[in-house]
Ligand binder design. Structure first.
Ligand SMILES: C[S@@+](CC[C@H](N)C(=O)[O-])C[C@H]1O[C@@H](n2cnc3c(N)ncnc32)[C@H](O)[C@@H]1O
Length: 268
């Protein structure tokens, strides 16, 4: 199993705290070419937020969506946030203690959700299904906890996402983790189609233009196990990032290939 699909590695190292995720989010916030940002795009373009709803987010990370879109959350929403990592849930709880209606929180693996059948109107599973080893088991759980008229939103990346970062990561002597290939923009419709009668995909257009070498280096380091970055490998990485920024008229262009699936009519 690649480390990106190993629940122990994810819980104990990659997502033990929100440090790695925060490092990547910071790069997206500073250097993305799309002015709206993914969370607001999801709320404004995809969500069609009803006034009242029971909403679950699985793999919630540090709760960034709700922190960024706090003013867009209808007061009639009952929100529950869960994640495999306790460190993430603790961080999300701390971060969201100012929301007008306090969310519920829980540590849970998406493959075994502690909720009854049909409990939620809307479930979000953003940028997390590719981490799940038994993907269909996780997708079946998402279908189970949705009410028959409910919807699942599941954001993910395509095969070309961040390919420049993959090239840079190879300088650390590891093969970039291709775990996201288990659930991509390309194959996600087929994966979700086993548990939902209706699935559509909305692409999100964006890219990165990074002007600061150290930010790109931090991004690469946030994706790999700690022991990977020997001092020699790190210098090679820094040199290459600087070379690419200089050769790119002061910026490193990074491809984003991403979007969101909207699935409904769960099959039980
Ligand atoms: C890339 S982060 C995405 C966080 C958040 N959804 C976002 O968009 O900012 C992936 C998250 O999925 C969680 N995760 C990984 N495997 C999981 C599983 N089997 N069940 C629940 N959460 C999981 C990780 O702990 C991590 O917080």
């Amino acid at each position: 199993m690649t480390h990106g699909r190993d629940p122990d590695y994810l819980r104990k190292e990659q997502y033990a705290t929100d440090g790695n995720l925060r490092a990547r989010i910071a790069v997206h916030e500073r250097f993305s070419t799309s002015p709206m940002g993914f969370p607001r795009w999801m709320f404004n373009v995809v969500l069609e937020a009803p006034a009242e709803a029971k909403v679950l987010e699985v793999g919630c990370g540090n709760g960034q969506i709700w922190a960024k879109c706090a003013t867009l959350v209808p007061p009639g929403w009952e929100l529950v946030l869960t994640d495999l990592s306790k460190g993430m849930v603790d961080q999300a709880r701390r971060r969201l203690d100012t929301l007008p209606r306090a969310p519920g929180f829980g540590v849970a693996d998406v493959r075994s959700l502690p909720f009854p059948e049909g409990r939620f109107d809307l479930v979000l599973a953003n940028y997390m299904l590719y981490h799940v080893p038994d993907l269909q088991e996780g997708v079946r759980e998402l279908a189970r906890v949705l009410r028959p008229g409910g919807r699942l939103l599941a954001a993910t990346n395509g095969q070309g996402h961040m390919r420049e970062m993959d090239e840079l990561e190879q300088l650390l002597g590891t093969d970039p983790d291709r775990e996201h290939l288990s659930f991509t923009c390309e194959n996600g419709g087929e994966v979700l189609g086993c548990s939902f009668r209706s699935v559509r995909f909305l692409p999100y257009t964006d890219s990165l233009e990074i002007t600061e070498a150290e930010a790109a280096v931090r991004y690469v380091l946030s994706r790999v196990p700690k022991e990977t970055a020997t001092p020699e490998a790190l210098s090679a990485l820094r040199r290459e990032v600087e070379r690419r920024i200089d050769g790119g008229a002061g910026l490193l262009h990074v491809t984003k290939d991403t979007g969101i699936f909207v699935a409904s009519e769960p099959i039980r």
